[in-house]
Design a protein around this ligand. Structure first.
Ligand SMILES: Nc1ncnc2c1ncn2[C@@H]1O[C@H](COP(=O)(O)OP(=O)(O)OP(=O)(O)O)[C@@H](O)[C@H]1O
Length: 667
């Protein structure tokens, strides 16, 4: 393993920090700028610009004229001197409308800021509070959203009392449920992303993950929503002032002017209408701007992986004991069950998986889609959250019991954070797009080794170098989008290496990459494993890849390991008909291209309807009534190989060309 290379100078660190902020803002502004360059965007931007300009210069240029009382011109209609007439004290309504822009807009923005802040706090509560209290928070948000916002505003206005302060609080809190709903949806979306899972394996707390990884990724849609909401706040505030609950004389905003104008509507209709028109135009400016930007940047609510909570104690039941190839395995899994919520209720897609991984050993987990490989890996990495459930007779990592320790005891968090690395399938979602690579990698060192950012960054550069990332110093300063797919996966591998890992779990790490890059990444995993004596659990659809990279192959079908054998014997000594079918489905270089690919007939079993006997029976050419009635146990043949089949190793019937028509999923 390469060594830690020392401390960064503080100047470069602060440059690094300010650079991060600058670039992030520049990127955001660039996107908004692009959005506002369309014809509709130009109209919205012009309107908004005008409103903001008026708010700034209005009171400076016309403040005095707007407040000047003229007893000779009380309640006059429109004239060349007073375009919109005068009020009951002879003050010019036109200038008053212009000057009122500042207070109207400022109060609307202040109320929006309060609404967003309260909404973010409430919306993030389900993430921060965990399962039970989180549910209560979600229910509270749902009930609050069900109330008409205007009713809430009036309710709060009565509680907080008449005047500017009460009205600002009322409008802000009245809008909060809406922002809470938006925030909780966005948080749920981002919290299912792989980079959040990666941060959890590092052992970061929920608050820190929220601040570092989630909020920066929902900032943009939140701002867009706030821009849209500001129009509504403007309207609500004007409403309160109109009703006499908001701004009080001698201060004035558009709502109050509208109220005064209505009293003199027969004398000066224009004076009564003008505040209303400005309210509509200003509201439109905010709404249009929000809409245009929302359309351009997209209000993203990322795909949510089911939210899970900490692992409850094991119950352990029927499955066979694991083979123990190593006297001190790094990972021991016995009778692992993972239960998740399917469309029709709880299902258990992983049911009784048992295996062990020795120090420095590479074990491949292979099987068709839906066989339970990823859930097995997530259970090992403690990434299954409620309502998902993990049960196991034994789940030990480095001799530490992971399953009977409720929640994430500090020691376990540190152990997993430093000794277990996870590489996810899709390198585009496994890195936080708003953080520089070096900073993301450095979190492990900061969190668990108690080092400063300088040392953390030095370690990150070192690990990037170990993961064969060219120019690692420069790359550590870059964002994920500046990396190619293969390079991002190298960065993920470097991240998995930031502690001192004993095991790297790689869940289909090459699926999203092209063939050449796949080879490079697999070779890198092999090299890193050899150099650092790290064990690897490699999950893949591709049995040949696993055969080439790993020492041992576990074949999974319908949530169980059906065969466990050394890779070197895969081609010659596989005994389960499913393993042999997987191997036969891989076309060789010498395969006749005019013949259709061999497929495995039938479909994998639905986890909601596992049959009583062998789950593979319906697709197996050797199956008989006994297979359909009694599920075979995974048994050790005494040489460390295990197989679960009543007809293990029996010759398969010859498949004719007619039998193997069609191209199937060559798993
Ligand atoms: N969060 C979840 N909620 C409900 N069902 C789930 C969840 N995660 C996985 N499943 C189901 O559990 C089964 C096993 O999923 P898993 O992801 O472990 O399969 P896999 O073998 O890794 O497949 P793939 O190679 O396609 O990722 C599948 O039927 C899947 O639909």
């Amino acid at each position: 393993m390469q060594v830690f290379t020392g401390v960064e100078r503080p100047e470069s660190l602060s440059r690094w920090r300010s650079g991060v902020r600058g670039r992030r803002w520049a990127a955001g502004l660039g996107r908004w700028g692009q959005a506002l360059r369309s014809p509709l965007g130009l109209v919205a931007a012009t309107l908004l610009g005008l409103v903001l300009l008026l708010a700034i210069v209005g009171p400076i240029l016309w403040g005095e004229r707007a407040d000047a009382i003229d007893t000779n011109a009380l309640s006059q209609g429109s004239s060349s001197e007073h375009w919109l007439g005068t009020d009951s004290l002879g003050r010019d309504i036109f200038y008053r409308v212009l000057v009122a822009t500042r207070l109207s807009v400022a109060l609307a923005l202040l109320a929006t800021a309060i609404g967003v802040a309260a909404g973010v706090l409430l919306g993030a509560a389900p993430w921060l509070l965990g399962r039970r209290a989180g549910r209560f928070a979600v229910a509270t948000i749902n009930v609050a959203v069900a109330f008409p916002a205007l009713l809430l505003v009036l309710f709060f206005a009565v509680i907080f009392g008449v005047g500017i302060r009460g009205a600002v609080l009322a409008v802000g809190l009245g809008m909060a449920p809406y922002y809470a709903r938006v925030t909780s949806t966005l948080v749920a979306g981002v919290s299912g992303r792989d980079f959040v899972a990666a941060a959890r394996t590092v052992g970061l707390g929920r608050t820190r993950i929220l601040l570092r990884h989630i909020l920066p990724n929902i900032g943009e849609p939140l701002i867009v929503n706030a821009t849209l909401g500001a129009g509504g706040a403007l309207l609500a505030f004007a409403g309160l002032s109109f009703l006499g609950l908001g701004v009080q004389a001698p201060s004035y905003d558009w709502g109050l002017l509208l109220n005064e104008g209505l009293n003199g509507i027969y004398v000066s209709p224009a004076g009564a209408l003008a505040p209303g028109v400005t309210i509509v135009l200003a509201g439109l400016a905010f709404n249009l701007t929000g809409e245009v930007v929302a359309k351009k940047v997209g209000l993203r609510t990322a795909n949510v992986r089911t939210a899970y909570s900490p692992v409850p104690p094991a119950t352990g039941d029927e499955a066979p004991a694991a083979g123990r190839p190593d006297p001190s395995p790094v990972l021991e899994v016995e009778d692992l069950h993972v239960t998740v919520t399917g469309p029709a209720g709880p299902v258990t897609p992983v049911r009784g998986v048992s295996f062990a991984i020795g120090r420095g050993e590479a074990v491949g987990l292979v099987g068709e889609s839906g066989s339970g490989k990823s859930l097995t890996a997530l259970a090992v990495a403690q990434l299954i959250e409620a309502p998902g459930r993990v049960d196991a007779r034994r789940l030990e990592f480095q001799g530490t019991d992971l399953v009977h320790t409720r929640g994430r005891a500090k020691g376990i968090g540190r152990l997993l954070g430093t000794s277990l690395g996870v590489v996810f399938q899709d390198p585009t979602t496994s890195l936080n797009p708003t953080m520089r690579i070096g900073r993301q990698l450095g979190e492990v060192v900061r969190r668990h080794l108690g080092k400063g950012w300088g040392e953390a960054r030095a370690r990150a550069v070192d690990r990037l170098r170990a993961a064969r990332v060219p120019a690692p110093e420069r790359r550590a300063h870059q964002y994920p989008h500046e990396f190619s797919g293969g390079m991002r996966q190298r960065a993920m591998i470097a991240m998995a290496m930031m502690g001192d890992p004993a095991l790297i779990v790689a869940d289909e790490p090459t699926t999203a990459l092209d063939v050449t890059v796949q080879r490079q990444v697999l070779r890198l995993l092999q090299e890193i494993r050899a150099e650092n004596h790290v064990a690897v659990l490699l999950i893949s659809h591709d049995i040949t890849v696993v055969g080439q990279v790993c020492d041992r192959v576990l074949v999974m079908y319908a949530g169980r390991v059906v065969e466990d054998l050394p890779s070197s014997e895969l081609r010659t000594a596989a005994r389960h008909p499913y393993t042999r079918a997987l191997l036969a489905a891989v076309p060789g270089m010498k395969a006749d291209r005019d013949r259709p690919l061999t497929i495995i007939p039938g479909r994998p079993v639905d986890p909601a309807h596992f049959p009583p006997g062998c789950a593979f029976a319906d697709r197996c050419p050797l199956a008989d009534d006994h297979c359909r009635a009694v599920d075979p146990a995974l048994t050790d043949d005494g040489s460390g190989r295990r197989v679960a089949c009543w007809h293990a190793g029996e010759p398969l019937p010859v498949v004719t060309e007619e039998d193997s028509v069609g191209v199937g999923e060559a798993s």
